[in-house]
Design a protein around this ligand. Structure first.
Ligand SMILES: CC(C)(COP(=O)(O)OP(=O)(O)OC[C@H]1O[C@@H](n2cnc3c(N)ncnc32)[C@H](O)[C@@H]1OP(=O)(O)O)[C@@H](O)C(=O)NCCC(=O)NCCS
Length: 251
């Protein structure tokens, strides 16, 4: 008897209402749209996440590698109850956030990745995913961890998250923090902003195509300048990486 193994391997997603797109004016004066993407759009995001895996600064490498895996798993039906939101300015990809529904009460925040820096774009995208968990999915709390000091400052400190240290987070098992509905209500209107509906032309531009980030984080020009080199007395590993980088640039 033949067995359709794909039916066993592929998780069956629960029904999740969509995130209603929103827009906001960011500090640069530009208009940013935050919207949910479909599975079909994932490859258009992955190509912009991949280069960040070699940016050690601010833990972009770890976060990008994990985001890549989670988005690919979503695309290929190997992750359950995941959603992905993007922030776009004039179509340009500025941030990616994702998470998962654990059950009717609990959400799992996975990652926030800002592809344009210095404008709180990541903070706004994170707030949109909290809004999705609380207002749309009706969760009582969202479990969160930070992988970088900037992430810790943005989520744990700015929102004053509560400790749930008895719960290991899905992202590698560290102790979780929680955003509760009370914390979310306090943040509404300050940390959580945006307007709906998105004007037709603005939304159409965002839906038309996910355009490449205009100024994404990049590795340092000289890898020996990276802080890690001070732990490598010979600098050998970094010299090798620098040669590889140089070869690529010469081609
Ligand atoms: C964490 C993250 C999403 C926050 O995004 P953000 O809200 O848009 O904030 P930025 O990263 O642009 O800026 C954070 C701080 O670094 C400073 N900064 C760092 N690099 C900067 C740059 N190139 N230009 C301007 N400011 C920069 C900002 O001034 C800001 O300071 P502030 O907190 O006093 O406002 C983003 O830093 C990121 O994607 N980091 C890598 C992945 C990561 O750590 N994700 C979160 C996992 S918990």
């Amino acid at each position: 008897m033949s067995v359709d193994l794909e039916k066993i391997l592929r998780p069956v997603d629960h029904e999740m209402p969509p995130f209603p797109p929103k827009h906001m004016t960011i500090a640069s004066g530009e208009e940013m749209v935050i919207r949910q993407v479909t599975r079909d759009e994932i490859p258009d995001i992955l190509i912009h996440v991949a280069p960040l895996m070699s940016v050690e600064r601010d833990f972009y490498d770890v976060v990008a590698a994990r985001v890549y895996a989670e988005l690919l798993a979503y695309y290929r039906h190997r992750m359950q109850d995941e959603y992905v939101l993007v922030a776009q300015i004039d179509g340009e990809l500025c941030a990616v956030v994702n998470g998962r529904m654990v059950d009717n009460d609990t959400g799992m925040s996975l990652h926030t990745l800002a592809l344009r820096r210095g404008l709180r774009i990541g903070a706004h995208a994170f707030a949109a995913k909290m809004e999705y968990h609380m207002d749309i999915l009706g969760h009582k709390e969202v479990l969160i961890v930070a992988e970088s000091p900037i992430g810790f400052r943005r989520w744990m400190i700015e929102y004053k998250l509560e400790k749930r240290f008895e719960i290991p987070h899905e992202l590698g098992g560290p102790p979780s923090w929680a955003l509760t509905s009370e914390i979310f209500e306090k943040a509404r209107g300050t940390l959580v902003i945006g307007r709906r509906p998105v004007p037709d032309a603005l939304l159409a531009k965002a839906m038309e195509a996910i355009l490449p980030p205009s100024d994404p984080p990049t590795p340092p020009e000289d890898l020996l300048a990276a802080t890690r080199s001070k732990y490598d007395p010979t600098g050998t590993a970094l010299i090798l990486q620098r040669w590889m980088q140089q070869e690529k640039e010469d081609k």
